[in-house]
Every structure is written in C-alpha cells, then in structure tokens.
Design a protein around this ligand. Structure first.
Ligand code: HEC
Length: 161
C-alpha cells in the first residue's frame, strides 16, 4: 500500500461533523478582545491532495457509477463534494513559492465552484447533472496538475494505483 493509502478513509465525511459544529458554534458569553484571524497552513499540500481531494473524488466516482438508490447515498455525495469545494479554500492558502500564484488561485477557486455545483446537483438528486459535474471537477484537478507539472491524472482513464 502506498503511503498515501494510509490517509484515505480517514478523510471524507469524518470531517463533516467537525465543520458543522464549528459553523454552528454559539456566541461566546465572555467578552473577547477583537481578533484578526490569521490563516496559517499546517499540512503539506500533498496531504490535502491524498486525504481530501483524492479520497473524496475516488469515493464520488464509485458512488456515481450508478444512480444512488437512497437519500443517504445522495447526502454522502453532496457532503464529499462540499469537502472537495472546501479544499479549494485551503489551497488558496498554499500558492506555490516558485511562482504561478495567479494560475494557482484561479484553479483553486474553480475547484471550489465546480465541486460546490456538484454538491447542488446531488442535493437535487440530479444523476446526469452529478455525473457531468464530477467530470468538471476532474478537469479542474487535471488543469492544475498540468500547469504545475504534477504527474497525477484524475478521472476515469487515470488507471488504478
Ligand atoms: C490548485 C492546484 C491543484 C488542484 C485544483 C488540484 N491539485 Fe492535486 N496536486 C497539486 C499539486 C501542486 C500537487 C503536488 C503536491 C506535492 O507533491 O507537494 C498535487 C498532487 C496530487 C496528488 C498526488 C499526491 C501525492 O501523494 O504526492 C493527487 C492524488 C492529487 N493531487 C489529486 C487531486 C484531485 C483528485 C484533485 C481534484 C479534486 C486535485 N488534485 C486538484 C495541485 C492541485
């Protein structure tokens, strides 16, 4: 098993409750001094790729092989799409030091848009729209990989690893 295999399965919907609980946090009772948020990337980009993008993308490919039969599967598809969209936000914190920040930021935002649109199709239980949406997500993955000379190809013709 590749090193990256270790991370798969840890990701996907395991993160969803954490994200939701933060979003739904109540206003604090005690007075807090004004804080300016400072974003500070901590994980390697390759970890986000393996643990979030690839893990969720691969699962979506499997889940959308045929039309999901029940509400749980559709909500899983929606949730995994949103985790890829959110990864687009995390990628915005990590433009490559070697240059190409504009292309990077555009691709990261395109990933967010494509994956959020897929999530909406899944929310509507639109199977054809979801399959097309997953194809658009894959093309953003591949565009960024080509621009930054990453050998990984994403999609149905990517082969197994
Ligand atoms: C904004 C640019 C960008 C986008 C969008 C992007 N990637 Fe990547 N990806 C990279 C870069 C850069 C690397 C190389 C990271 C490294 O090795 O440090 C990479 C590496 C990878 C790897 C190899 C990780 C490893 O073990 O080294 C996989 C798998 C991967 N990406 C999957 C995806 C998938 C799936 C998507 C879309 C859902 C995606 N990527 C979208 C830039 C991107």
């Amino acid at each position: 098993m590749s090193r990256s295999g270790l991370y798969r399965g840890v990701a996907s919907l395991a993160l969803a409750p954490i994200l939701l609980s933060v979003a739904g946090a109540a206003r604090p009772e005690r007075p807090v001094p004004r804080v300016t948020p400072k974003f500070d990337p901590v994980a390697e980009t390759s970890l986000l790729m393996d643990g979030l993008n690839q893990a969720n993308y691969r699962s979506l490919e499997k889940l959308l092989k045929q039309k999901p039969a029940d509400a749980d599967t559709w909500s899983f598809v929606r949730g995994q799409s949103l985790l890829i969209a959110e990864t687009g936000n995390l990628l915005l914190l990590r433009p490559p030091r070697s240059g190409g920040a504009d292309a990077w930021n555009q691709d990261a935002m395109d990933l967010r848009v494509a994956a959020a649109s897929l999530a909406r199709k899944a929310g509507d239980r639109d199977y054809e729209g979801s399959v097309a949406g997953l194809g658009k997500v894959a093309s953003v993955c591949n565009r960024c990989h080509e621009t930054f000379r990453v050998a990984t190809h994403v999609g149905p013709d990517a082969g197994a690893d």
